[in-house]
Design a protein around this ligand. Structure first.
Ligand code: GLA
Length: 503
């Protein structure tokens, strides 16, 4: 007997986004807790966490098993405190209540050296604001992350990319000027009056702040980099209150032409070691486009994630939009991914974003609804960091529907930390399978062709046997039992993501 997907007739009608069917069911009024089940933090460091939860406000949060001295704001669910000194797990149970009901969720704090036990989630300014970024655009993004509900699904990094520093030699009054003070300390450009005040603003919402620099003398956009100031810059980022650093190769290529693994690792190892010495947890995202098989050593030099490819926004569209070819390169690196070590295929470019191949001015994404659901499915199954880089001030219902599906995100954030393996890849089909904690399996069936078609995977291909329970993760729907194969009738470039249990 084969299993057949039935809800696809409607899906065929959804082509131009915004008019298409919304796959993710709306969150109800009852509290539903989201967020990772495991979370790594270093002993004695500051702890900050906003409990992600959908449902009607006002809501009241509580927690059992929190370390001594932690404070939980009952109305917002924001926890702050200090990570205990003793390494090992701390089992905490979160609870949220409102007039419609309550929900509980386990949260294991792993006190130790590892950070990012599940892929990072957040937003990065690059593809919307480019060099135009200001303190205000970052604050607006933080506001929107909470107001839009994204934070209730677990998005929490608000990351500044390139262009917050001074651009040496620029005649622009806001961007030019001295890049460092007399002590060598890096300065912001005039669009960023006070970095500490900015991270305070982000942290007050229970969110985290990301920043960016290059190991070279200049960043990719020609701004001041960290070369020969690494120690001071790492300290400054910690003092300013940053929680993540994207470290982007760029002009370092002019500093050291040696292409050996050791030479390519050197600047990252240096920054990784420096970040570890800071009195706060700072995650390092390596950005060097996949050189020297970075996936095989990114964790060893202190990174929690590493870009595996060139810029997604610059990737050529072929028959398929560029995000597919980026995914095809990233998906074969599955063996390197694990808790605290993630392959990063770059950001999620949907909604409104600026195309760096043309004008850099935000425009509505040109993909179909099916392609956008496929994009999010690929990133979730590949256990990729989930960073949206579209315009936070133009979030529409459809874009939020793609970004904010609790079951799709749960597959991405699954505590086992496995990246999906490629079960089958042909010109017209892709099947991915991601093992989940507790013995489950998430399966993605992708139709890559230009026409509607069925996509199947046999139990033999998937390593399944007997009869298993199948749930449509996008639609939160149990579909019954399947034997021998999974099958979905899919619109052109559409996807089905099934969560399998009972295997
Ligand atoms: C490189 C990176 C991008 C972005 C820009 C900023 O191209 O790959 O992600 O950070 O630099 O200049």
């Amino acid at each position: 007997m084969s299993f057949r997907h039935t809800g696809l007739i409607l899906a065929l009608a959804a082509s131009a986004w915004g008019q298409g069917e919304l796959w993710t069911p709306k969150a109800g009024p009852k509290p539903q807790l989201n967020g990772p089940a495991v979370y790594g933090a270093r002993p004695g460091h500051p702890f900050l966490y906003r409990i992600p939860c959908t449902g009607q406000r006002p809501m009241s949060f509580s927690a059992k098993g929190m370390p001594a001295g932690w404070k939980l704001d009952a109305a917002t669910g924001i926890i702050s405190g200090t990570v205990p000194d003793k390494t090992g797990p701390v089992e905490i149970v979160f609870e949220a209540r409102n007039s419609a009901g309550k929900d509980r969720r386990n949260f294991r704090l792993e006190v130790g050296d590892q950070l990012s036990l599940t892929p990072q989630m957040g937003w990065n300014h690059w593809y919307t604001h480019y060099e135009r970024v200001t303190d205000k655009t970052i604050r607006n993004a933080a506001d929107a992350m909470v107001a839009s509900g994204m934070a209730d699904y677990g998005y929490y990094y608000v990351s500044i990319d390139d262009c917050w520093m001074v651009k040496p030699g620029s005649t622009d009054l806001e961007l030019g000027g001295p890049a460092r003070d007399s002590a060598g300390r890096i300065l912001m450009n005039k669009r960023f009056p006070d970095m500490k005040a900015l991270t305070d603003f982000i942290h007050a919402k229970g969110l985290k702040a990301g920043t960016y620099t290059s190991p070279g003398p200049k960043t990719c956009a020609g701004f001041e980099g960290a070369y020969q100031h690494e120690e001071m810059d790492a300290r400054t980022f910690a003092e300013w209150g940053f929680d993540l650093l994207k470290y982007d190769w760029c002009s370092y290529r002019n500093v050291d032409k040696d292409t050996s693994d050791a030479a390519r690792q050197k600047p990252y190892k240096m920054m990784g070691d420096l970040l570890k010495k800071q009195p706060r947890d700072i995650v390092m995202n390596l950005c060097q486009y996949g050189m020297n098989n970075v996936s095989s050593w990114g964790a060893a030099v202190g990174g929690q994630s590493w870009r595996t490819t060139g810029d997604l926004g610059l990737e050529k569209d072929t028959r398929l939009p560029g995000f597919y070819s980026i995914a095809f390169k990233n998906m074969v690196l599955d063996k390197y991914a694990g808790p605290g070590a993630w392959n990063d295929p770059d950001y999620i470019l949907i909604g409104w974003y600026g195309d760096p191949r043309t004008t850099y001015v935000p425009q509505k994404a040109k993909f179909t609804a099916h392609e956008q659901y496929s994009y999010m499915s690929l990133w979730s199954l590949m256990a990729s960091p989930l960073f949206f880089s579209g315009d936070m001030e133009k979030l529409d219902e459809f874009t939020l529907n793609v970004l904010c599906n609790r079951e799709i995100i749960a597959i991405n954030q699954d505590p086992l930390g496995k990246q999906a393996r490629v079960v089958r890849k042909t010109e017209n089909e892709l099947v991915l399978a991601k093992p989940l904690a507790g013995g489950g399996l998430a399966v993605g069936l992708f139709n890559l062709s230009d026409a509607a078609a069925p996509v199947e995977a046999t139990f033999a291909d998937l390593g399944l046997a007997g009869s298993v329970a199948v749930r449509d993760a996008w639609r939160y729907k149990d579909l019954g039992k399947a034997q021998s194969k999974l099958r979905a009738e899919l619109a052109a470039r559409s996807v089905a993501v099934y969560r399998i249990t009972g295997r």
